[in-house]
Write a protein that binds this ligand. Sequence first.
Ligand code: FES
Length: 279
Amino acid sequence: MWAAEKSRANPMVPFPATISAVRELTMDVNLFQVQFGEGGGFPYRPGQFAFLSAFGVGEAPFSITSLNDEGSPMEFAIRRVGTVSTALHDMGPGSVLGVRGPFGNGFPLESFKGKNLLIIGGGIGLAPLRPIIKNALGHRDDYGEMVVIYGARTHQDLVFASEFEGWAAVPGVRLELTVDREGSGWDGRVALVPAVIKELQPTVENAVAIICGPPIMIRFVLAELKALGFENHQIVTTLESKMKCGMGKCARCNIGEKYVCQDGPVFTFDQISGFLEQI
Ligand code: FES
């Protein structure tokens, strides 16, 4: 049986994978590249996530931040915040962890084709947006203009900073960075992400807004987009939630009637407009 079919047949069983590289993105966020052995692994879409297990410690869900590409390593941007992420941060190249997935619906990439992309990220929320950006960079003819508005608390908290220059150099791509607080070493914009949207007035026509970030940012971003005239169907966001099973069984991750793990983590504005206070 092909690996992906095995995975779908029993998503509770993790594939062993080896950390092939670790790159520091910020003081507390590392990028982990993992490689599967013969017959391991599974295909995935932007916006999907996987459970990573540190053997003997536990497991937790993390967004996949790579673009599915045959032979390329799977990547995860992980902040050191809890027991599992700390155990993963203590691992280095050559360490073995467990990976099970993919989980979640992912972004409706096909529906973005031919559209102007407005990608809005906050903090480590850029991680699940990165494969969309990479895909659009590699297939410029499939999309219109791409505007990326990305913010973090300080410039030291901007993840994937080493990739920004390459993104911004591609024709038809505009990268707008912002930080919440001034600090030495930063002479760029200081403003909250929703304020940047208001300032830039991105085009609404034939556009789709794709959002990921802290819940408070998402709520204010949604309000700004609606004020600009974005229709509900033009807004897609991914949501965070506490997750345990990832399979719609434990009821830990509900927002309204939806389970983030199964119905999401990607939702249209239509799907969540009645539950904005729960985000
Ligand atoms: S994580 Fe268990 S129902 Fe979503």
